[in-house]
Design a protein around this ligand. Structure first.
Ligand code: GLY
Ligand code: MN
Ligand code: MN
Length: 370
């Protein structure tokens, strides 16, 4: 099964680095107690918010408290459960797993330096019976190129999110507030199967559409003005979608300027997609859209990167500076032009790199002017 293949790959990396095993910690974060380490979900299938995995050359353990015993047994059947009792220190559980795995004081055990706090590292160094070795992005590097089953889940996420857009495009009317539109988007996401938002929905109307990550507020939409709507869902299995469509509030013709801006952004989006193929580096991909927008005289208004990797996180890990966009990479294509105080347009699709190009996973229609 897929998870055991991932663990085999990770074990090979540990072996080349002469590491006897690796610890992966997930803790809860934010207002909704979300898990902060999707590497745990990726390797163990465990979607809870507090646990430690120990993966050695031959064994796998999951250490968690009573809130998660049943879920760990259900979601991570290939991992041996080490139960933490109420009030027991997590380090006791890890040491118990070390004992079962025959890890000793002199064994080199990796931990994820980017995933645990300085405070936890200090406690682990003091209390754990092994030699701890910081490592960076071992699992994240595996997550960069998606397997067929992951692409299928991302495709499903995008297809469902397209349906949300279709419902919203008909719903938006002058006089509604951004928050009302955002609320409808969130309800439709759930109605079409999302278990959560992949990030807080952005609805930016009129001059607010020029703020790339606008905080959706109580401004009322006016006829003819642009509305940037950026949203996505998390679907069962954990994969995320991320789409932006810019629409124009019915009842009045949009300005010639905003129409021009829309066509330029759409053409930049299409040009980037057309250029995408295995082996392309991130900066080359970004440059295609940037050069197009620049040539049209709006270069200084495209103020952010062309996109990012998407997967178990909406901003999934990717080593943009070093690794090529090979087959199986899923990324966004989201050029934008933002004219302060006037308005903005962003058009965002999710793409998967194939063996000879790229295909769109999002298929929601673009805006058609009369
Ligand atoms: N939704 C945030 C982004 O598009 O990256
Ligand atoms: Mn987005
Ligand atoms: Mn995005």
């Amino acid at each position: 099964m897929a998870l055991s293949k991932r663990i085999t790959k990770l074990r090979k990396i540990l072996q080349t680095k002469k590491l006897a095993g690796i610890l992966l910690q997930v803790t809860e974060c934010g207002q909704s107690l979300q898990p902060n380490n999707q590497n745990v979900l990726y390797l163990a299938g465990f979607g809870g918010s507090t646990a430690v995995l120990l993966i050695t050359a031959t064994k796998t353990y999951i250490i968690c408290d009573a809130r998660y015993w049943s879920r760990a047994a259900l979601e991570s059947p290939d991992f041996q459960l080490v139960k933490l009792n109420r009030g027991e220190r997590q380090t006791n559980g890890i040491n118990a797993a070390f004992k079962l795995a025959k890890i000793t004081k002199t064994s080199s055990i990796a931990f994820e330096a980017a995933k645990i706090t300085y405070q936890t590292a200090e406690i682990w160094k003091k209390e754990l019976n092994a030699k701890l070795v910081p490592t960076l992005h071992l699992v994240e590097r595996l997550r960069q190129y998606k397997e067929a089953s992951e692409i299928a889940q991302l495709r499903h996420a995008c297809t469902q999110t397209d349906k949300v857009y279709k419902a919203i495009a008909k719903f938006v009317k002058a006089g509604m507030t951004e928050l009302e539109v955002g609320y409808e988007i969130d309800m439709q996401l759930r109605a079409f199967g999302a278990t959560d938002n992949s990030f807080s929905t952005i609805v930016g109307s009129g001059p607010n559409s020029a703020i790339p990550h606008h905080a959706t507020g109580d401004r009322k939409l006016k006829a003819g003005e642009p509305v940037v709507m950026d949203f996505g869902g998390v679907y069962p299995g954990g994969y995320c979608s991320d789409i932006t469509r810019t629409i124009f509030v019915p009842g009045k013709e949009p300005t010639a300027k905003m129409k021009e801006v829309y066509q330029i952004v759409l053409a930049a989006n299409k040009a980037a997609k057309a250029a995408l193929k295995p082996g392309l580096m991130w900066n080359e991909y970004d440059k295609v859209a940037r050069d197009y927008i620049d040539k049209k005289g709006y270069g200084k208004y495209f103020t952010h990167g062309l996109g990012h990797s998407v997967g178990l996180e909406v901003h999934d890990p990717f080593d943009y500076g070093h690794d090529a966009l090979n087959e199986g990479t899923v990324i966004t294509d989201e050029p934008g032009i933002y004219i302060d105080g006037v308005g903005g347009v962003r058009i965002e699709d999710d793409l998967v790199v194939t063996k000879d190009g790229a295909v769109r996973l999002t298929a929601a229609p673009y805006w058609k002017f009369n």
